[in-house]
Design a protein around this ligand. Structure first.
Ligand code: DLL
Length: 434
C-alpha cells in the first residue's frame, strides 16, 4: 500500500502550518532564482517575510499561461538545464506550446502524488496497469507510469490508439487497472465486446480516468461496460501533470496533494478570492516545485473546494469535479485546443477569410472537430484543384499546430454568420451517447 498516512490524515492546523512554511520558502526560491518572479514580486512589494499567514498569499500577483508563453521556452525555469531531467509541454493559446521542466526531486514528488491517488482507490503491487494515454510531451502517460511503478504495479506502456490491439492486450495480459481518458475507456469497452471479448475473460477491476471531464452517466456506462470501479483524477502540465488531485474510493471530491499544492478559488472576472465552499476559478500555488515553480497559477478550471474530513479519513481538501472553464479552451480527444490557435492558422493561409466556425461532435465516444472556413474569393469556387489545394493546406497546418486531425469544410464567401457582439464560433454538439 502507498497510503502516506502521516501526511494524508494530518490535522488541518498542521497542514496549514506546513503549507505556510513551504509557501514562504517557495516565494523566496522564486525571488532568488527566477528573474520574472523577482521583478513581479519586487514590484508588488512581496518578500517571503511579508507572508505571515496563508491569507497573505493575496499579495502575490497571479501567474497565467501567457506568462509562461512570454518566457518561452525555458524563461521561468528556476534551475540550470543541468538539473532538469525531464521536459513536457502542452498546447498554448498560440502556435507555441507551454513548456515545463522537472528536476529529479520533482519527478520523485510527482511519482508520490500519483502513487497516492492510485493507492486511494486500492491499486497495489499485484496489479497489472495498462496505460492508454498517449506517451509524449503530454504528461498523462509518463505521470501515471512513474506513480504506478512506484506502487510496484506491472506497467504496460501501450500508449493510445490501435484499439483492437488494446482490447487484445487487456485480455491476454490480464490487465487489472486501465488508465485513459473516460471517452477512450468507453470506446475501448465497445471495441472489446465487438471483438467477442466478454467481461468474464477480463481481470479489469479499476479504471483511473482523467484529463477530461466525465459525467456520472458516462462513468456508469464505462463501469457497466467493463465491470470495473473507476475514479477521476485531475491535473495540468503547468503545475505537474496528473497528481494534483484525485478521488478516493468514496468519490466525494478529488483530494488535493495539499502538502505540495495550495489551492484557492477566485472570481475569474474580478480576481477576488472567494470564501471557502464557493464556486469559481481554481488557482494553485506549487509549494515544493524546483524546476518551474508556479505562484498563484490561474488554471481557468471552475470548481468548488471542501475542507471537511472525508469518510476515508484523509484530511486533504477536495475539489468537486471540474464544472467548466473560464476561458474558451476545448478538450478534444484529450488534447487542449484554443480557438485562437485555429485563428492563427487561418490568418496564415492565403485565400481564406478570418470567418470560421468550429463544430464539435462525438461518435463512438470520440470527439471530432470540423472547421468550417470561408474562402475570400468567389472565383475560387470555379477551380476544384485550387479548392482542393487550399483544403489540404488547412488540414495539414491544423494538424501541425493542434496535434489532432480536423475535418476542413470550405464554404462560400459571406456564408458564415456575422455577429455584432461577441462571435459565437463554437458549436458544441457533443453529448454522451444513449
Ligand atoms: O490533462 C494532466 C492529466 C493527465 C490529468 C492525465 C489527469 C490525467 P493538460 O494536458 O495540461 O494536463 O490539461 C490540463 O485538462 O486545466 C482541465 O481543463 C483538464 N482536465 C484535466 N484533468 C481533468 C479532469 C492534463 N479530471 C487541463 N476533469 C485542465 C476535467 C480535466 N478536466
Amino acid at each position: 500500500m502507498f497510503f502516506q498516512k502521516d501526511i494524508e490524515t494530518m490535522p488541518r492546523s498542521e497542514i496549514e502550518a506546513l503549507q505556510l512554511a513551504r509557501l514562504k520558502a517557495q516565494v523566496k526560491y522564486c525571488i532568488d532564482n527566477v528573474p520574472f518572479y523577482n521583478k513581479r514580486l519586487t514590484e508588488a512589494g512581496v518578500t517571503a517575510d511579508k507572508i505571515k499567514t496563508l491569507s497573505d498569499i493575496q499579495y502575490i500577483p497571479y501567474t497565467t499561461k501567457a506568462d509562461i508563453r512570454d518566457n518561452y521556452p525555458y524563461g521561468l525555469f528556476a534551475v540550470p538545464m543541468k538539473k532538469i531531467v525531464r521536459i513536457h509541454a502542452s498546447s498554448g493559446t498560440t502556435g507555441k506550446p507551454t513548456v515545463v521542466g522537472y528536476t529529479r526531486n520533482d519527478i520523485n514528488i510527482w511519482s508520490d502524488c500519483v502513487a497516492r491517488l492510485c493507492a486511494a482507490v486500492g491499486v497495489n503491487d499485484n496489479d497489472v496497469a495498462q496505460i492508454s494515454f498517449g506517451y509524449g510531451l503530454f504528461t498523462g502517460a509518463l505521470g501515471l507510469h512513474y506513480g504506478l511503478e512506484k506502487l510496484g504495479c506491472a506497467v504496460i506502456p501501450i500508449s493510445s490508439g490501435n484499439t483492437k490491439k488494446q482490447a487484445m492486450i487487456l485480455k491476454d495480459f490480464g490487465t487489472t487497472v486501465l488508465i485513459s481518458t473516460p471517452s477512450y475507456a468507453m470506446y475501448m469497452s465497445e471495441v472489446a465486446h465487438e471483438c467477442g471479448i466478454s467481461n468474464d475473460e477480463l481481470k479489469l477491476r479499476i479504471g483511473l480516468f482523467g484529463s477530461e471531464g466525465c459525467t456520472p452517466a458516462l462513468r456508469d456506462k464505462i463501469e457497466q461496460g467493463f465491470g470495473l470501479f473507476s475514479t477521476d483524477n485531475y491535473g495540468m502540465s503547468e503545475l505537474m501533470g496528473p497528481g494534483v488531485s484525485g478521488e478516493c474510493e468514496y468519490r466525494c471530491g478529488l483530494h488535493f496533494a495539499e502538502d505540495h499544492f495550495l489551492p484557492e478559488i477566485i472570481n475569474s472576472e474580478t480576481g477576488d478570492v472567494l470564501p471557502h465552499g464557493e464556486k469559481g476559478e481554481l488557482v494553485i500555488t506549487t509549494l515544493t516545485k524546483e524546476g518551474i515553480p508556479m505562484l498563484r497559477y490561474r488554471t481557468k478550471d471552475i470548481t468548488r473546494i471542501h475542507y471537511d474530513t472525508c469518510k476515508c479519513g484523509r484530511t486533504h481538501a477536495r475539489m468537486e469535479k471540474v464544472q467548466g472553464r473560464s476561458d474558451d479552451m476545448l478538450k478534444i480527444r484529450g488534447v487542449n485546443v484554443f480557438p485562437s490557435q485555429i485563428e492563427d492558422v487561418m490568418a496564415n493561409i492565403e485565400g481564406i477569410s478570418p470567418h470560421y466556425e468550429l463544430i464539435l461532435t462525438r461518435k463512438n465516444y470520440t470527439d471530432y472537430l470540423e472547421v468550417r472556413i470561408e474562402i475570400n474569393d468567389e472565383r475560387l469556387l470555379e477551380s476544384f484543384s485550387d479548392l482542393e489545394r487550399l483544403q489540404k493546406e488547412a488540414v495539414d497546418k491544423l494538424k501541425t499546430v493542434l496535434g489532432i486531425q480536423a475535418k476542413v469544410t470550405l464554404v462560400a464567401p459571406r456564408s458564415i454568420q456575422r455577429y455584432e457582439g461577441k462571435a459565437k464560433r463554437i458549436i458544441d454538439n457533443r453529448t454522451d451517447e444513449a
